[in-house]
Write a protein that binds this ligand. Structure first.
Ligand code: HEC
Ligand code: HEC
Length: 292
C-alpha cells in the first residue's frame, strides 16, 4: 500500500477503514447493551399463530467473539500494512520478504562462489559436480560459437579441445581470453602482394603445414611480410594471436583455396569479452574445463 498514487487515497483508505471499524463496534455494542426496558417496550411479533420472532438479545458469547475479532483487526492494522500508506510497526512487505530471501541466497552462495573462484584447477577438474556445472555454463555461453562439445565449427570458431592454442593455452592466458575477448588482425594481402605472390606464399605455408618448406619465392615473401607476426619459422605468436602455421591444424581450413582466401582477404576473428557477463567463479570453472 506504500505505492498509493497520492496522499489523498492513503487518507481515504485510512478513514474508511477506521470509520467502518468504529461503526462495527457501535453496532455490536448497541445490539448487546441496549437497556432492557427498550426490549420489553415493544410487543414480540407472532407469525402464523405460533411462530415467535424472538427479539431477545443474541447470546453473549457472540459479543466476546466479535470483540476478539475487532481487537485482532486493530492489532493487525498496527503491525502490518493496511491503513493507507502506513507500513505497519513490523515494516513487513512482500517486496522486503523477497529482498530478504534474495539476501539469504546471496549469503549462502557467495561463500561457495568465492571458494570456486580461488580453487585450484585440478580441484575443480576432479570434482564431477563442478565439471558438470562448467559444462552447463559452456553450453549456455560458448557452444553457440564453439560447438556443443567445444570442437569448433564452420571453420570460423576455433576448436578448444585440441592442443593448438592461438592465444596461448596457459590457464592465465585462457582466462584473459575469456575475460577480455580477443580480436585477431590478419591483414588482407591482395593489394600488397598481388595474386601470383599470394599463390607462392600460400604454397609455402601449406608446405610448412605439412612439415617441409618447398619454394624459395614463397619463402622470401613469407620472410618479408609474414614472419613479423607468424615468426621466422612460421610457428606463430600468441601475443598477436598469430597462429602456428607449421602444424596441421587450421582455423579456417587447410585446403589451398582456404589458405589463399585467408591470405587474400585477411581474417579478423573476434572472440567476445565475458568479464561483464560471467562472474569470477564461472570464469574459473570454464578455465578449468578448457585448460589441460
Ligand atoms: C599483423 C600480423 C600478421 C601478419 C603480418 C600476417 N598474419 Fe597471418 N594471421 C595473423 C593473425 C592474427 C591470424 C589469425 C586470424 C584469426 O584468428 O582470425 C592469421 C591467420 C593466418 C592464416 C590462417 C591460419 C589458419 O589456421 O587458418 C594464414 C594462412 C596466414 N595468417 C598467413 C599469413 C601470410 C602468408 C602472411 C604474409 C603474407 C601473414 N599471414 C601475415 C596475423 C598476421
Ligand atoms: C560469438 C561467438 C563466440 C562466443 C559466444 C564465444 N567465442 Fe570463444 N572465440 C570466438 C572466435 C571467433 C575465436 C577466435 C578468435 C580469433 O580468431 O583469434 C574465439 C577464441 C576463443 C579462445 C582462444 C582459442 C585459442 O586457440 O587461443 C578461447 C579460449 C575461447 N574462445 C573460449 C570461449 C569461451 C570459454 C566462451 C564462452 C564463455 C567463448 N569462447 C564464447 C568466438 C566466440
Amino acid at each position: 500500500m506504500a505505492d498509493l498514487p497520492t496522499g489523498f487515497w492513503s487518507g481515504w483508505v485510512l478513514v474508511m477503514t477506521l470509520v467502518s471499524l468504529a461503526g462495527l463496534a457501535w453496532l455490536v455494542l448497541s445490539v448487546h447493551f441496549t437497556p432492557d426496558d427498550e426490549h420489553t417496550g415493544t410487543a414480540e411479533p407472532v407469525w402464523d399463530t405460533d411462530l415467535r420472532e424472538g427479539n431477545s438479545a443474541p447470546p453473549f458469547w457472540w459479543f466476546w467473539m466479535l470483540l476478539a475479532a475487532m481487537v485482532f483487526s486493530l492489532v493487525y492494522l498496527m503491525l502490518y500494512p493496511g491503513l493507507g500508506s502506513f507500513s505497519g510497526l513490523l515494516n513487513w512487505s512482500q517486496g522486503s520478504r523477497i529482498m530478504e530471501s534474495y539476501g539469504a541466497f546471496e549469503e549462502n552462495f557467495d561463500a561457495r562462489r568465492a571458494a570456486i573462484a580461488t580453487a585450484s584447477l585440478t580441484e575443480i577438474q576432479n570434482d564431477p559436480q563442478l565439471v558438470a556445472t562448467a559444462e552447463r555454463i559452456f553450453k549456455r555461453e560458448c557452444a553457440a560459437c564453439h560447438g556443443p562439445d567445444g570442437r569448433g565449427q564452420a571453420a570460423l570458431f576455433p576448436n578448444l579441445k585440441d592442443i593448438d592454442w592461438q592465444w596461448g593455452g596457459s590457464p592465465e592466458l585462457i582466462e584473459q581470453t575469456i575475460r577480455q575477448g580477443r580480436s585477431a588482425m590478419m591483414p588482407a594481402w591482395e593489394q600488397v602482394l598481388g595474386y601470383e605472390d599470394i599463390e607462392f606464399v600460400a604454397d609455402y605455408v601449406i608446405a610448412l603445414g605439412a612439415g617441409a618448406a618447398n619454394n624459395s619465392r614463397g619463402q622470401a615473401v613469407f620472410a618479408q611480410y609474414c614472419a613479423a607476426c607468424h615468426g621466422a619459422q612460421g610457428s606463430g605468436n600468441p601475443l598477436l594471436g598469430a597462429p602456428n602455421l607449421t602444424d596441421n591444424s587450421w582455423l579456417y581450413g587447410g585446403s589451398r583455396r582456404a589458405v589463399i582466401a585467408s591470405i587474400t582477404a585477411g581474417r579478423n576473428g573476434i572472440m567476445p569479452a565475458f568479464s561483464n557477463r560471467l562472474d569470477a567463479a564461472q570464469i574459473r570453472l570454464l578455465v578449468a574445463l578448457l585448460a589441460r
